[in-house]
Design a protein around this ligand. Structure first.
Ligand code: SIN
Length: 302
């Protein structure tokens, strides 16, 4: 049974990757199971300077999902490279995906330049879709022109594959994916979270201190699937599909829509073994569905 996939030159032993922001820097999970079974790991979103993140509360529960407004809390790219990645390298021997965020084009470019020099980093995921920060993140990903300019700028300093992570909070995600492809992106990651909010009935105020946040979890799976389907029809570069994936059957469905690999996000926050269990159950689900090689089904629903 063939589980291996190729992501713009990056060979993965299987298509399952924990999504950025739901798996720390990976080593935190190494005491639970052998994390080398993972196809790759998308590291916690990283910015040039360290960030404390948004005020609390940052999390709100929802039916079939959750809202977060973490605000890109991270120790900064230099500490990620000198401390976090070496800790992860003690447990994980495969290439990882660095998730890079920023507040200006220069910041994104500097971070990508630094990430490009790290041997453990196999690809960069450019986060132009964080809904929880002002003047950065999603503001680059909701305009095709901005996405084009930024992609073009970071491509100049990267020799490693570049995946641009898109926001679902747009009217036409396919046009933004196309702009990134035209600017030289090697692949597209989608979707980030949907902008949402909750109100506390007792206080009559928003639950999240920042008022709004990013909605994720199983409720968004059909939206993510639809967007992967649309982007597959618009671009030729590989797609990493994500959004509400909780099972091997969801992975297969995402790949039928057009994903070459699949990230698992909020499910890790409910069950730290989610990725492991999905990888273990993939061969059985494939056998039931008559799938020999997982790559045979990519885009099969079109
Ligand atoms: C956050 O740190 O606020 C979440 C990251 C993201 O949604 O890109």
């Amino acid at each position: 049974m063939g589980l291996n996939v190729n992501l713009a030159g990056l060979e993965l032993s299987n298509p399952v990757i924990p999504a950025s922001g739901t798996f720390g820097f990976g080593y935190e999970f190494a005491e639970l199971y052998d994390i080398n079974i993972l196809g790759s790991i998308a590291l916690k979103g990283t910015t040039l300077a360290p960030r404390f993140g948004n005020p609390t509360p940052r999390i709100a529960e929802c039916t079939s999902g959750m809202i977060n407004s973490v605000g890109l809390q991270n120790p900064g790219i230099d500490a990620v490279i000198s401390e976090e990645i070496p800790k992860l390298a003690r447990f994980y021997t495969k290439p990882v995906i660095a998730n890079i965020s920023g507040f200006s084009q220069d910041e994104y470019v500097t971070c990508c330049q630094k990430a490009n020099a790290v041997k453990e980093i196999g690809a960069v995921e450019l986060n132009i879709s964080c809904p929880n920060v002002h003047n950065g993140g999603m503001s680059f990903g909701t305009s095709a022109d901005c996405a084009f300019e930024l992609t073009k700028a970071v491509k100049k300093v990267l020799s490693k594959p570049l995946f641009v992570k898109l926001s679902p909070n747009v009217t036409d995600i396919a046009s933004i994916a196309k702009a990134c492809e035209e600017a030289g992106a090697d692949g597209i990651s989608l979707i980030n979270t949907l902008l949402g909010m909750r109100i506390d009935l007792k206080t009559r105020k928003p639950v999240i201190a920042n008022k709004k946040g990013g909605f994720s979890g199983p409720a968004i799976f059909p939206v993510a699937l639809r967007m992967v389907y649309e982007v597959y029809e618009a671009v030729k570069i590989p797609i990493i599909g994500m959004g509400g994936v909780t099972s091997a059957r969801d992975v297969i469905e995402m790949m039928l829509a057009g994903a070459n690999a699949v990230q698992v996000g909020a499910a890790n926050l409910i069950d730290p073994y989610a990725c492991r269990d999905i990888i273990y159950s993939l061969p059985e689900e494939m056998e039931k569905l008559g799938i020999k090689n997982i790559t045979d089904i990519i885009g099969g629903a079109h």
